[in-house]
Every structure is written in structure tokens, then in C-alpha cells.
Design a protein around this ligand. Sequence first.
Ligand code: INI
Length: 158
Amino acid sequence: MSNINVIEGKLDAGGLKIAIIATRFNDFIVERLVSGAIDYLSRHGAKESDLTLIRCPGAFELPMLCRKVAKNIDYDGIVALGAVIRGATPHFNYICAEATKGIAQVMLKTGTPIGYGLLTCDTIEQAIERAGSKAGNKGAEAAQAMLETIRVLEQLKE
Ligand code: INI
């Protein structure tokens, strides 16, 4: 193990321009994810002036806005944040599936790393737990995953 080559990303956000795209739907949860992402990036060297917050109506619109930002060479990465909470109808399943698939497609097609911070919860309690309480802050985790991916990609030649 000790002689193998290892490529891994440093968690250093210095000099990176990052867009945080956050839904207005369930904003009482999503604002906690936004705070978690900004806090994480700031504590890892990002300048506030290099962070841009873009408001998005709901999870269904996340892929479209991610796509637009990913095609803009000014941004090194995106943190996509939202919360879908199950209701009485199958609506939840359609929104979660399309948002998740869409974000993955944008990331693969454009090559821009996107941190996936979309909560898909059965209850409001589950969402609260993941937005800065019992189960951590998924906004911060999404920012970390995006940052690591950016830094690994930098080391992998085309
Ligand atoms: N959007 C969310 O981000 N979370 C939800 O829980 C949600 N629910 O439950 O309906 C939701 N719906 C709105 C959707 O994302 C679109 O914005 C809307 O359908 C307009 O296109």
C-alpha cells in the first residue's frame, strides 16, 4: 500500500469561484443548508466575494439553473441546495427523480463539479435533522464533495 500513487484533492477553496444555487421552496430548511455551505467554504479559504448565491424556485428547476451556470466559465463549481418533503401524493417521487437525474446529467455533460445538497425526506423532522442538527449539515457536506472533486479533477489530465 505504501508505494502506490494516490491522487486526492486538498480541501482548499482559495481562488475558486463557486455558485450556490438554492431553492426558495422549503426555505426555512434550505437557508440552513446555505449557511452550512457558506460556512464550510469560508473556513476552507474561499473569499466571500468569490461566492455567488442564486435563488431557484424549486427542486424541479435546479437542473436548468445548474446547467446555465455550469456553462459559464467564470464558475469552478456549484453547490445545489434544496429540500423535497414527501406529501400525500406521488408528486415527491417525480420531483426528486427529475431533479437528481437532471443535476447528474448536467455535471457529466458539462464537466463542472456539482455538490448535491438536495434533501429528499419523508418528514419535516428528517429535514431538520439534516440541516444543521442531529445528522449534520448536508449543505456543508455538498460543498465539501464539490471542493474535493474540483481539486481531484485538476490533477487528472484529459
Ligand atoms: N419543490 C421543492 O423544492 N420541494 C418540495 O417539497 C416541493 N413540493 O413538495 O412540491 C417542490 N415543488 C415545486 C417544484 O419543485 C417546482 O418548483 C414547481 O412544480 C414549478 O415548476
